[in-house]
Design a protein around this ligand. Structure first.
Ligand code: GZL
Length: 365
């Protein structure tokens, strides 16, 4: 494989386990800050360009290699990669995620087959089966749900097709049903959103949660991280309302319209993604509220949400970086050349508040 010219040294977040695995640091820009916390999570640091920079084999967690997973070495350049996207591309998170995968495949000259399940899980299962039938040698999957993957994983395993899951986790066995998971620490995202909510509300009052869609680890973990943090750091904040907005703007708006009818004194809203948060803003505008009357904290880091901070409607956005393309292909490349990769590659996300929303708006997606 062509050595990756190191454009700029990147301070990985994690301690590279020297000698255990060969680490291929993907350099896409200078990291914002060096964090030598020695976390055993995967290495990553968002760069000023917004690209996730990471080492597919950073971290001291469990690894996976071809001899354990099964299959043969593959030259990625002559392979066909199948990409299964989960949700329809109305959400900027999905648009940016798919664009990142397509851009990296093009950059590497890799044949890419794509499918979009339009937010229907049964369709995603058949999409992946179709990609295998069409000859995908490797798969990148952005799962809609965390459960129910056994049938298609069994088919892939029988053909020793390496699978990297990005974004959401599937409840299956790493280095057996799939090679690696690449994604964020969603519990940490919830904790950071709680910190922003505490800051915005002064730690007192009634708040609501617009839950993400059911059936995936992202919703579960963002909720757990947030609720545990609030309990620990701000007992004066009472969570009096929880309802799913299915990660969708329209539903976020309609749920918020009901919320402000039933809880007119609500002080804060934690939306588990930007689309629902923007729906909440629309509902507040429709009810004649002023910016800042109800404190809103969301997760993703889309341009419209960060602009919402600039406009005073949103108080904080925790990033969930969807630009997995370079890292996903780097991981596949490292693995198919016979090197070990981490089973869990956890990326680090940045965040936005009033202090950096205007200056960092360009990094939003
Ligand atoms: C998070 C991803 C979530 C986004 C939402 O990694 O799974 O799904 O936060 C999207 O915007 O619907």
């Amino acid at each position: 494989m062509k050595p990756i010219a190191a454009q700029r040294r990147v301070h990985a977040r994690t301690l590279l386990t020297a000698g255990l695995v060969t680490s291929l640091a993907l350099v896409a820009g200078c990291a914002k800050s060096e964090d030598d916390s020695g976390s055993d999570k995967g290495a990553s640091q968002n760069t000023d360009s917004g690209q996730v920079v990471a080492s597919p084999s950073g971290g001291s967690g469990p690894t996976c290699a071809i001899d354990a997973y099964g299959g043969k070495k593959i030259d990625l350049k002559s392979a066909t990669v199948g990409f299964s996207q989960s949700e329809k591309e109305a959400n900027p998170f999905r648009i940016a995620e798919t664009a990142s995968i397509k851009a990296e495949a093009k950059k590497r000259g890799v044949q890419l087959l794509t499918a979009n399940a339009q937010s229907q899980f049964s369709r995603q299962i058949s999409d992946v089966q179709d990609l295998i039938a069409k000859g995908a040698d490797l798969l990148v999957v952005a799962p809609l749900n965390s459960d129910g993957w056994e049938p298609v994983l069994r088919a892939a395993a029988a053909k020793h097709i390496p699978i990297v899951t990005i974004d959401r986790k599937i409840n299956a066995t790493a280095c057996k049903d799939y090679v690696s998971f690449i994604g964020s620490d969603f519990v940490e995202q919830g904790e950071r959103a709680a910190d922003q909510m505490i800051e915005a509300t002064g730690g007192k009052g009634e708040i609501a949660i617009l839950l993400g869609a059911a059936g995936n680890n992202v919703t579960t973990e963002r909720t757990k991280g947030f609720e545990d943090r609030i309990k620990e750091k701000a007992p004066g904040l009472k969570i009096v309302f929880r309802q799913t907005g299915d990660f969708a703007r329209e539903k976020g708006q309609s749920v918020t319209e009901n919320l402000i009818q039933s809880k007119p004194g609500i002080k804060g809203i934690y939306a588990e993604n930007d689309e629902m948060g923007l729906g909440a803003v629309n509902a507040l505008k429709g009810a004649g509220k002023k910016p800042g009357e109800v404190k809103i904290v969301t997760i993703d880091g889309t341009r419209n949400a960060v602009q919402g901070i600039v406009d005073g409607w949103i108080d904080g956005v925790v990033e969930s970086n969807p630009r997995f393309g370079p890292l996903a292909f780097q991981t596949l490349d490292t693995f198919t050349q016979g090197r070990k990769v981490s089973q869990d590659i956890v990326i680090q996300d940045s965040s936005y508040t009033e202090s950096n929303a205007k200056s960092d708006l360009g990094k939003a997606y």
